[in-house]
Write a protein that binds this ligand. Structure first.
Ligand code: HDE
Length: 729
């Protein structure tokens, strides 16, 4: 397979000259063209509607006005009921070829390069909400393979809130804004969400993930993706194994602080979108490796959890992730609506060599996605929208329907037929095609949950145990924040009872922040996730196994295994604080060093325009303390130059810039007089700012000695130890 561009819409099939059969062509940007109506009629006046007299009423006859306004009135399509806010990009997937033993999928064979379109999203917020909500992120990849479209529709968290698809509408209703007042937007910190959590023990594991740093990615380019469910790979001999899919970002996995996320939501609600767009525009293409955890069929039941249960993960220490290919996103969309909004992901978009498992959440999703596209995109022909088109040709007897684009020719639209030699004909197995794995299914038709799904807390504890001290603190603070927004005390209490089943330290710390009594694990646990006539004991999970160990692969701390070998300052944003009188020679030297390593720098000053350095040099200013903020940067450097620093010290916003960067645990550097601004920005309890982790200073004007330490600090991302020092456990 080669890197093929995605098909573009055109009206090339429209004949403009019936005698010669010449085709009409649309130019895409309209350059050099006259304005026309949608019927191709040239428009002479697009500024005035047709009126009876200069000051008279507008006439119904004005078909140009009506066409334009009608089209406008219908511009919006229903937003996705979940994952409404998204951003997407084109790219390609290159197989390493080592999965060919496991799967016969053409796009996984050695040398295969397949176009992809990847859409990232938040889940709960509506289309206009902020990128920085605390939320799960969608990670959906459409592979345009030569065997048909394959969609891997995952999230950035490897488990889910519920085990059975029938509970999804309830769960989503609970997390979305409350129905009576449509509050709060894009937030889980409210009563109905925690009412659901506290009465559905199976959601506890994912709750901890959502409250962890995973819920606040620094960048979409710096988060993992997971297929969540167990799938199957099937090889050419028909042998199948179970797999879990993982996307591993080459830039490491990083997050921001919660206070920072809240501020970014105001300063730049498009923070993630902009970051993805800009990096692709400047050629710093985001990359992820695709990996699989492989479980032989014979080992299906060897774990102390069920691999069909989507609230469980397979620890990477038990089954390592084998990398099987790489995805590179290298092209932004041309049109947000046509591509990002109209892309239709469906779990049923499947190719030979991959298959489903019996995970009941997955099985329900198989129905939901096709159904949702019919509603959202208006009918059964959504596969003809350019972004959804298969690059494998389509031949079948499906016909007509709303907005059909294909003009099918010929007399027959059924099979089998003899009038058209029985075409299009079914492929023999040797000629390709999808075949479900032959699995013997022997059982009673029942509505119940498998007993193997009932341990709801051990993996929640595994996750908790696997977090660094700083990550644990973030989870505690997040739960304190969220539960403080819950109005009903009974809901808070019930949630604490759930947390008590996970870990005594976790619940103690959260309860202390809420001023609530600390429940013990044997407190009464309300489990409403039981059928009316069910036996409650069958659904009752015991508290987490006391001997649960940890899985280092679940931590995203800067020095965790996930980030090992990925320390880099590539694409990091560094703010350089300086104003007139600054040491421009030192600034330029540092900027060059940082940019040579792929970082991005911005001069932030007290005014826009040109900065005049102490030697008379001139430097273009990129932002001011009014137009930008420290939360939009990864690191800060305060330049030397007495006059510059004296002015910065007088500017409360400049002082705040440094203070915030420090509190958000970012690398900070200062040279020469710049150190004085750091001193001015210290706050009670942090007056040792100069000796804190990740703060690099040099009394010399030259930055040569300071640069390597600053670079190492930026590559480490954050120094959460500062926050630990300032917060009692
Ligand atoms: Fe989705 N989900 N989901 N989901 N989901 C949708 O499809 C649904 C689930 C995920 O960028 C919807 O086109 C059900 C798990 C992503 O366009 C809808 C259940 C995972 C996206 C839907 C789940 C996901 C969606 C809404 C439980 C991670 C955005 C609009 C059985 C593996 C795709 C749409 C994009 C979107 C239903 C659970 C990921 C309504 C019924 C688990 C990334 O069909």
């Amino acid at each position: 397979m080669s890197k093929k561009p995605i098909a573009k819409q055109s009206n090339e099939d429209a004949v403009s000259n019936p005698k010669t059969g010449d085709l009409a062509k649309n130019t895409e940007d309209g350059l050099g063209q006259f304005l026309t109506s949608n019927q191709g009629l040239r428009v002479n006046d697009d500024q005035n509607s047709l009126k009876a007299d200069e000051r008279g009423p507008t006439l119904l006859e004005d078909f140009l006005l009506r066409e334009k306004i009608t089209h406008f009135d219908h511009e919006r399509i229903p937003e996705r009921v979940v994952h409404a806010r998204g951003v997407a990009a084109h790219g390609y997937f290159e197989a390493y070829g080592n999965a060919s033993e496991l799967s016969r999928a053409a796009f996984l064979q050695p040398g295969a390069v397949t176009p992809v379109f990847t859409r990232f999203s938040t889940v709960a917020g509506s289309r206009g909400s902020s990128d920085m909500a605390r939320d799960v992120r969608g990670f959906a990849v459409k592979f345009y393979t030569e065997e048909g479209v394959y969609d891997l529709v995952g999230n950035n968290i490897p488990v889910f809130f519920i085990q059975d698809a029938i509970k999804f509408p309830d769960f989503i209703h609970a997390v979305k804004p409350e129905p009576h007042n449509e509050i709060p937007q894009a937030a889980s910190a409210h009563d109905t969400f925690y009412d659901f959590i506290s009465t559905n023990p199976e959601s506890t594991h994912m709750l901890l993930w959502a409250m962890s740093d995973r819920g606040l990615p620094r960048s979409l380019r710096m988060m993992e993706g997971f297929g969540i469910h167990t799938f199957r790979l099937v090889n050419a001999a028909g042998k199948s194994c179970f797999v879990k899919f993982h996307w591993k970002p080459l830039l490491g996995t990083h997050s921001v602080a919660w206070e920072e996320a809240q501020q970014i939501s105001g300063k730049d609600p498009d923070f993630h979108r902009r970051d993805l767009w800009n990096c692709i525009e400047m050629g710093a293409y985001p990359e992820w490796e695709l990996g699989v955890q492989v479980v032989e069929e014979a080992d299906e039941r060897k774990f102390d959890f069920d691999i069909l249960d989507a609230t469980k993960l397979i620890p990477e220490e038990l089954v390592p992730v084998v990398k099987i290919g790489k995805m590179v996103l290298n092209r932004n969309v041309d049109n947000y609506f046509a591509e990002t909004e109209q892309v239709a992901f469906c779990l049923s978009h499947m190719v030979p060599g991959i298959d489903f498992s019996n995970d009941p959440l997955l099985q329900g999703r198989l129905f939901s996605y096709l159904d949702t596209q019919l509603k959202r995109l208006g009918g059964p022909n959504f596969h003809e929208i350019p972004i959804n088109r298969s690059i494998a040709p389509i031949y079948n007897n499906q016909r007509d329907g709303h907005m059909r684009q294909t003009i099918n020719k010929g007399q027959t639209s059924y099979g089998p037929n003899r009038l058209n030699d029985n075409y299009p004909q079914q492929a023999k197995r040797s000629e390709g095609g999808f075949n479900s794995v032959h699995e013997r299914v022997d059982g009673h038709k029942i509505r119940m949950r498998s007993k193997s799904f009932v341990d709801h807390y051990s993996q929640a504890r595994l996750f908790w145990n696997s977090q660094s001290d700083a990550e644990k603190m973030h989870i505690v603070k997040a739960l304190r924040f969220e539960l403080s927004h819950v109005q009903k005390e009974a809901v808070r209490t019930r949630t604490l009872v759930q947390l008590a089943q996970v870990d005594a330290e976790l619940v103690r710390r959260v309860a202390e922040g809420l001023g609530a009594p600390v429940p013990s694990a044997d407190g009464v646990q309300l489990n409403l996730a039981v059928p009316a006539d069910g036996n409650a004991a069958d659904y009752q999970s015991a508290p987490a196994k006391a001997n649960t160990s940890s899985s280092p692969a679940l931590s995203i701390a800067p020095d965790s295994p996930i980030n090992a070998g990925k320390a880099s300052i590539k694409t990091r944003h560094i703010a350089i604080l300086a104003t007139d009188g600054a040491d421009v020679a030192a600034i330029i030297s540092l900027m060059k060093t940082l940019m040579d390593l792929g970082a991005q720098t911005a001069i932030v000053a007290t005014h826009l325009g040109t900065l005049h350095g102490l030697g008379g040099e001139e430097l273009l200013i990129n932002g001011t303390f009014q137009s930008t903020a420290s939360v939009l940067y990864d690191a800060v450097y305060v330049a030397g130059g007495e006059a510059s620093v004296a002015k910065l010290k007088q500017d409360a916003d400049a002082v705040r810039f440094v203070n915030e960067a420090f509190r958000h645990c970012k690398p900070i550097a200062a040279s020469g007089a710049g150190i004085d601004l750091l001193k001015a920005a210290a706050y009670p309890g942090a007056d040792d700012m100069l000796s804190a982790d990740g703060v690099v200073t040099s009394s010399e004007a030259q930055v040569g000695g300071l640069a390597p330490k600053f670079i190492a600090a930026i590559a480490r991302h954050r120094f959460w130890s500062r926050e630990l020092a300032a917060t009692p456990a």
